[in-house]
Design a protein around this ligand. Sequence first.
Ligand code: ZN
Length: 316
Amino acid sequence: MAPSLRFFDHHEEQLLHLTLGFTAPHPTTFYKVKLEGAHFAPLPPGPDLIGTAPYHPYGPISAVIQSSNEVPRLAVKGVLFLETDVLQQESAERMLKEAMFYADHLEELQGKLVPRYYGLWHAPVTQWGGEVLIAVMEWGGMRLSAFLHSEIATLARRFRIAEALDELHDHGVYHAQIGVGEERHVLYNIETESVRFVEFSDAFAGHICGRQLPVRLFDSYPSRIQFGCREAYSIRQCLDLFGNRVRNRDDDQMNVALMHMQGLLARGVSRREALHLVGCTIDHWRTLPEFQLKRRPVTENSIPLSGDEMQIMKNY
Ligand SMILES: [Zn+2]
């Protein structure tokens, strides 16, 4: 059965009037799609919505819904010509899968790490693209690719983005489309200093993150295997947190951090706490101008611990 038929059969009562003004001056009526077992927040009340662009008439559409005092800024993505276009029908299937993932696994993260999601909306007939299916969500900010090429990409903000992905992983969510070349799935809102991940059609739940290093700036790249989580590695790569040196066995700070992490895990410290403690230790090293790691024997016992950490370590 073509997806279009299913959408006709599953209209809820909620309506949305959306205008993409530059192609069709009159609002198009969308019906909310009912998905069995899925609940999405109702759209914020307000006047008809007006999309500003960009919008591609023969591919997936995306548009930003302009903000007003009454309506927070929203984003729309969707597919056109569902009645005839097989590729668009396949994209619609992915949108369905994503909608279910938002409902099943992202409910508590909406408005925090992922956009608030308002469900799928269907228009049987439009002036600008035949039969159309859209997903409506909170506007998340600028794409990571644009962010990284601007002056606002400070180290503190890059850390915030990497920490956000680590947090997503700590909730068991593996995005599966994050990395170099896929920067569009990471958004940064400069007004609210917040990070949002989007596009969850390949994501899965139940990820147990094995990352071995906290979010810090290093001089070199660990191997992916040493690092322990492919996606957490990839976001650090995008954000240039591993510096410019190629992987280097002589990077003592990284090697000792990895060794320290292993030692903490072996003592039964939780991974989350171990990452925090290793981070504290790295910060501590970096406040010690006289500390020349290379001149010391690199053993676990030679790691200088911060005061906080020594206190905590007494418990283990
Ligand atoms: Zn992970």
